[in-house]
Ligand binder design. Sequence first.
Ligand SMILES: [Cu+2]
Length: 317
Amino acid sequence: MLSRRNFLCRIPLVAGALPAAQALAAEPHAGHMGAAAHLGTVGMVDPASNGFDPQAILRDFDEGVVRGGVREWELVADEKEIEVAPGVKYAAWAYNGRVPGPTLRAREGERLRIRFVNAADHPHTIHTARMDGVPDVGAGNIEPGGDTTYEFTAEPFGLHLYHCHSIPLADHIAKGLYGAFVIDPKEGRPDADELVMVMNGFDTNFDRSNEVYAVNTVAFAYQHEPVRVKRDQLVRIYLVNALEFDLINSFHVHANFFHYFPTGTSLEPTELTDTVIQGQGQRGILELRFPYEGRYMFHAHVSEFAELGWMGFFEVV
Ligand SMILES: [Cu+2]
């Protein structure tokens, strides 16, 4: 049985049997520890085949449409095969065709309305801090072909998470039905280059542990194409942990420190650090400036996750 812990080390032995193996092997002649010694993948995931691009997801905020004083969105849940590492296909469930789903953005105190359409073959819902979206509560499960409308007020300000709350819960989340939800404080936040990073993982062999880890779904996406930021500019990262099957995840940046605002519900940071841990469903806002040009790595400080895809670079220009 190929377990998560020996997945990379066993790759040369099973390269013919597993497409994931070739994709994650750093080089064909690297030997049994090769993949761990040379992190990364061969080839790249084509954003066009997924229909979404980790580079675009970083700065893509969906403010919906305001009608009659109410901010509205439509979210459609459907099945979708996505590529999470080169050659590694995953039968995902997605909101609006992407994993993570759209980053919804509103302002504190606004009235919000989300029309939810279930175009998939299983019952699904949407649950956030302010919407039930739980089976047997309110509209409950939305059956295939069904729809419902969730309406609520945008509070408190901060960084929230929405996800499906159908049963079995871990599977519905792990399949990709989640997204970030930003509620800006009434007075706003200082101008910044804003980035959304949803930490996730994929259980590609259905053993309820993950084989692939990432930020915004595609393993090593920001290693192949670093996140470009400007020197001295304030960078604000909306960091969400949507990982299932692992108790914690973490974010660590090299050669720099950031202010951390847990859940983003206060305008005062609680710490200045270079590493933060998040449990399942936890999230927070990071603010930092890069004083020097160059490449700076960021990755999960759960080192195994980093080796399996959760690592990237900032390119400071
Ligand atoms: Cu679901």
